[in-house]
Design a protein around this ligand. Structure first.
Ligand SMILES: [Zn+2]
Length: 425
């Protein structure tokens, strides 16, 4: 089966999460791998949420190919039915075509190719896992807790989160080496309730919160330029042909050189802590002055910004009129100085036809954070063929998601070469 047919079949199996229902997809992979005579098994925390794991080769070295099988809900307004998996004009259409069934298909296809070749000096594990889109509790987290021996590896290749970027006809590929930490936190304002007709008798919690939100909207986070991030932005500026040395003082000018709003917002997000007030609750009735109001904050932090840092920043900005609750999950990082990183970047250079390759930090989260926390270095790769449609960069989680067959084949080719090199001797 060609890799695009494999992807088309995977898209046709609706795995919208919630609720997930990854079982049918896991069973499909099982049939394909059973037919090829490759050892595999299904593992689930609960029925219906099956993870698929296959292994080829044996030996001391282990490489893990990881990809998630669930997708975000399709939503409305598609030009092509989202679960059609239609292949037309060299393109595969449907929910998950980019995130992340392209990688599932490419990894499965690479495994099927590699299983036919003798002499792999080590184990190659393919894990197609459930539940990434809502945190991975039934997927990678479950496997790490209950079956760690199944997915333990020297290093892992996973989805990345940043599609390639084109600068002056040159494609820049990113290897995701880290993710920002996530601190979903809460502000609580407490007031004094009274009748709404005599508001001066009380203390209005919503008004207190309003002042806090206003201060938060004026918050200027300090620039935190990690060495790898500084180098990434400097390399991008150099590729653009601009004469600018990236420092904490000039970084916003450097970011201003990029017209693509999504890319500029991404660069901004990986050079500072971000805080966004996204949910507010308070009050119960028009004629009661509220004594309680709470706001949920989405806070994303860089390495070096711990819980104490978040509290200091919020206290400095908000004063003590509101209570602050912080729920902290640290950032995750895999080294760029490791031989694994060099192997991944070198292989991308080989298959990418002279494309540049830079390490990047992701502003969002993937399952890599769970593996990194368990001590497994992870590198996220989103290879695209030269000349790919740049609109694809905006389509993960959006309608009319699709991928070109050339990019899909490039991903599979990259994975075959990477495994052959790592497990060569
Ligand atoms: Zn994904």
């Amino acid at each position: 089966m060609e890799v695009e047919e494999l992807l088309s079949s995977l898209i046709k199996i609706n795995t919208e999460n919630p609720p997930g229902r990854e079982k049918e997809l896991a069973l499909f992979l099982k049939r394909v791998f059973d037919a090829a005579g490759i050892a595999n098994e299904l593992m689930a925390r609960e029925p219906g949420r099956e993870n698929f794991i296959a292994t080829v080769g044996s030996g001391k070295k282990t490489l893990l190919f990881l990809a998630h099988t669930d997708v975000v809900p399709a939503g409305e307004g598609w030009n092509v039915p989202p679960f059609s998996g239609e292949i037309r004009d060299g393109t595969v259409f449907g929910r998950g075509a980019l995130d992340c069934k392209a990688l599932v298909a490419a990894e499965a296809h690479a495994m099927l190719q590699l299983a036919k070749r003798p002499g792999l000096n080590g184990r190659l594990v393919f894990a197609a896992t459930a539940d990434e889109e809502v945190g991975g509790a039934a997927g990678v987290k479950f496997l790490l807790e209950k079956h760690p021996e199944q997915i333990r590896a020297d290093f892992c290749v996973n989805e990345g989160g940043n599609a390639p970027y084109r600068i002056r006809d040159r494609t820049v590929n990113f290897v995701q080496v880290g993710e920002k930490g996530v601190a979903w936190s809460k502000l609580i304002a407490r007031g004094v309730s009274c009748h709404g007709s005599t508001p001066d008798l009380g203390k209005n919690a919503i008004a207190l919160m309003g002042r806090a939100i206003d201060r938060l909207s004026n918050y200027k986070p300090e620039i935190n330029l990690l060495p790898d991030v500084r180098q990434l932005i400097q390399d991008m500026v150099d590729l653009k042909g601009a004469d600018l040395t990236v420092t904490p003082d000039t970084v916003d000018r450097a970011i201003g050189l990029f017209d693509d709003r999504a890319f500029a917002a991404y660069l901004k997000a990986i050079t500072r802590m971000t805080v966004s007030a996204n949910v507010i609750r308070g009050g119960s009735k028009t004629n009661i002055v509220p004594d309680y109001c709470e706001t949920e904050l989405d806070i994303r932090v860089l390495p070096g910004q711990d819980e104490g840092y978040i509290r200091r920043e919020l206290n400095r900005t908000l004063g003590n009129e509101v209570e602050i609750q912080v729920s902290y999950n640290p950032p995750s990082f895999s080294p760029t100085s490791s031989p694994f990183y060099k192997l991944v970047a070198g292989t991308i250079g080989e298959v990418g036809g002279g494309a540049a390759c830079l390490p990047c930090l992701s502003s969002g989260g993937t399952d890599s954070r769970h593996l990194r926390a368990a001590g497994i270095p992870c590198y996220g790769v989103e290879l695209m063929a030269p000349g790919f449609d740049e609109e694809l960069r905006r389509l993960p989680h959006a309608r009319n998601e699709r991928i070109d067959v050339a990019s899909l084949r490039l991903k599979a080719d990259f994975l075959v070469r990477l495994a052959e090199k790592y497990l060569a001797d």
